[in-house]
Design a protein around this ligand. Structure first.
Ligand code: ADE
Length: 251
């Protein structure tokens, strides 16, 4: 998959792209990332990319022409029409399903704005707008990194185990349950017996149940939206009973 990141600060992407899983994905040829400096497409010799807002007000607004020209360059470079997503707090909220969808877009362009916002006309040459949460960042770079990182996990072969993106938190709409590694006992806290006994069926059942317990405790909203299997509903009933939680408001 090829991802272009349009930004005024291409240098901030270096460390992320040169570490860990994204680095390995690039080296394996599964992911190609090109940062494109919007300033290189400024239409005046001063490299102007922002200007005052019409009608007055604080801050500066990203001009449409440099973004348009940068996108025209991406079309030439990739030889095709890419899928263009703007990073903005006004976008649709980023979540696992969005990452899964974006992983199928190739080439993908993430536009990281700065200043107070985008000139509205930039929206007319984009396909999507994404927010990583209900807060305002000083720029779209961190949002673009989060989107790139979470999306890459859904590219076939990027995670060592092909199924692990699908067994993490949110993959079935629920939170992941507790995980343990050695030592068996730490500060008096024991690893649950079932995980140490090697009965795989019992372990799978325990994990499904603890995932439901954790989601019930922390994110009832997810549990309400999740489509549960018959087995999960039975396990949830056990959790409600054990934890003496009234499940009336769940369904
Ligand atoms: N740019 C500034 N804030 C943002 C947010 N919350 N999501 C995506 N892009 C942003």
């Amino acid at each position: 998959m090829k991802v272009y990141i349009l930004t005024l600060f291409p240098e901030v992407f270096g460390p992320i792209l040169q570490s860990s899983i994204l680095k390995r994905a690039k080296e394996a040829g599964l992911l190609q990332v090109k940062t494109v400096n919007i300033r290189d497409f400024a239409i005046d010799k001063h490299g102007t990319v922002d200007d005052y807002p019409y009608g007055g007000g604080p801050g500066m607004v990203l001009k449409p022409e440099p973004v348009y020209e940068a996108l025209a360059w991406v079309r030439r470079d990739s030889g095709t029409k890419p899928y263009v997503a703007l990073m903005t707090p006004q976008g649709r909220k980023f979540a696992t399903q969005v990452a899964r969808d974006l992983a199928k877009r190739d080439p993908l362009v993430l536009v990281a704005g700065h200043y107070e916002g985008f000139d509205e006309r930039i929206r007319s040459f984009s396909d999507d707008e994404i927010s990583i949460g209900d807060f305002v960042l000083t720029g779209g770079e961190i949002a673009a990194m989060a989107v790139l990182d979470a999306t890459s996990r859904f590219l076939p072969g990027v995670l060592g185990d092909a199924t692990s993106a699908e067994s993490d938190s949110f993959s079935d709409g629920l939170l992941e349950g507790p995980q343990y590694t050695r030592p068996q006992e730490f500060l008096g806290m024991e690893v649950p017996l079932v995980l140490r006994q090697g009965d795989m069926a019992a372990i799978v059942r325990w994990r499904r149940k603890e995932s439901l317990r954790r989601t019930l405790e922390r994110r009832k909203d997810l549990l309400r939206d999740a489509v549960l299997t018959y087995e999960q509903r039975r396990l949830l009933a056990e959790v409600l009973e054990e934890d003496r939680v009234d499940g009336k408001d769940l369904w």
